[in-house]
Design a protein around this ligand. Structure first.
Ligand code: FES
Ligand SMILES: [Fe+2]
Length: 406
């Protein structure tokens, strides 16, 4: 690494409206700072509570070097625990999901119940107190049925997000969705490139012919206004007054997790995000009609949802290590819809599966170039304004790190 500038100086050199310096992607010290200041401090989307419908239902969420067990206890409450044994630190649960009455550590057999309490530990000294060795709690919360985990004891509040997203989420009855399909896409690139990619549609026309046929976000401003006028008038019929943007992370008040919401029209002839524009599943919530709209939700810095009239697609981007990340996608339909009768999984996942594979390719190509000695920050286009805001928020958060301030 030739650039030896201190991180504080590197942040100060960032030019507003330009992409980040190479070291924000390649420097292991900056990656570690990002984990401490950003990834572990915010809420991470972890699926829908319907996945854990019964006592003992659990799933594991892995983010960088952390792992959480999310489990519905025998008392009916969903909690999250660090997947780290209180004996000598082994991972306790090696399965991705399932149903159990207890978690038995594979190393020496310590046993924990579904509420995190240690219930079995062989041959320990007389003064050993099991109650001092429960699994560590990990912050867990829900927003209208969506599960969120934070690897931080004092995460930002989700109150404002829950309050302001209540109405637009109620339209689709987010509480009563179920996960019809989920898939993890490993991406060999620094995690920020994949979040940045999701936030701009400058690439959509060249990279996503399938998406570009139906979604209007890659149109220029004049054309988009014309299409959205049409949506605005249609939206009044479903109780939403306007297309709006609430604050995102860059503007969230201190202590609140940022969030955003917007609604846009799809091209004429598209009722939902399907191959032929025809419905994929029964209408969500109280919707009376396929109105050709799509609602975008953002909760926190890594989690995004796109709600069509008949299904919701949730995306979460997380680092695996400095040079690998993953995108996990959840396809959700109304809870009483039946596979094979009301929807077909292959058709349901088609658009975002093909689009995410195309994204993986362009993100990995981007990563190859960003690592080159010829890489220099480049100017954002007008269509990359959300990404620009996110990049500036990342730098803002890094600047607050004690090691950067001092
Ligand atoms: S590390 Fe879990 S029982 Fe020893
Ligand atoms: Fe894309």
């Amino acid at each position: 690494m030739h650039d030896k500038r201190p991180i504080r100086e590197l942040i100060a050199c960032h030019k507003t409206g330009w992409s980040m310096e190479q070291r924000f992607y390649t420097d292991p010290e900056i990656y570690q700072l990002e984990l401490d200041q950003i990834v572990m401090r915010n809420w991470i989307f972890a699926g829908h509570q319907s996945e854990l419908a019964e006592p003992g239902d659990f799933k594991v969420l892995n983010v960088a070097n952390e792992s959480a067990i999310i489990v519905r206890g025998q008392d009916g409450t969903i909690r999250a625990f660090a997947n780290v044994c209180r004996h000598r630190g082994s991972l306790v649960c090696l399965e991705e999901a399932g149903n159990t009455r207890k978690f038995t550590c594979p190393y020496h057999g310590w046993v924990y119940d579904t509420e995190g309490a240690l219930t079995g530990a062989r041959d320990m000294p007389k003064d050993f107190r099991r109650e001092d060795h429960s699994l560590h709690a990990v912050s867990f919360n829900t927003v209208h049925g969506l599960m969120f985990v934070s690897f931080c004891d004092d995460p930002p509040s989700l109150e404002a997000a829950r309050r302001d997203l209540a109405e637009p989420m109620a339209m689709f009855d987010f509480e009563n969705l179920k996960v019809a399909a989920t898939k993890t896409y490993p991406i060999s690139a620094n995690w920020k490139l994949s979040v940045e990619n999701y936030q701009e549609c400058y690439h959509c026309a060249p990279a996503h012919p399938e998406y570009a046929k139906m979604h209007t976000l890659m149109l220029d401003d004049k054309k988009i206004d014309r299409v959205q006028e049409h949506m605005k008038s249609k939206m009044e019929s479903c109780g939403l007054k306007d297309i709006q943007f609430d604050f995102t992370d860059s503007e969230a008040p201190e202590g609140e997790q940022g969030y955003a919401y917007s609604r846009s029209a799809m091209f004429e002839g598209y009722k939902t995000g399907s191959r032929d524009g025809e419905p994929l599943a029964p209408l969500l919530g109280e919707l009376k009609d396929y109105d050709g709209g799509a609602s975008d939700f953002t909760i926190g810095p890594f989690s995004f949802l796109l709600a069509y009239s008949d299904h919701v697609v949730g995306y979460v981007f997380t680092p695996v290590d400095q040079t690998h990340c993953q995108c996990q996608i959840y396809w959700m339909v109304r809870s009483d819809a039946e596979e094979g009768k009301d929807y077909n999984c292959e058709e349901l996942v088609w658009l975002w599966d093909v689009t995410t594979y195309a994204d993986e390719k362009i993100i990995v190509d981007n990563w190859s170039g960003v690592k080159s000695r010829y890489y220099r920050p480049g100017p954002f286009s007008g269509m990359e304004w959300l990404e620009q805001r996110w990049v500036e928020w990342i730098l803002h958060e890094l600047r607050r790190a004690p090691s950067v301030i001092n």
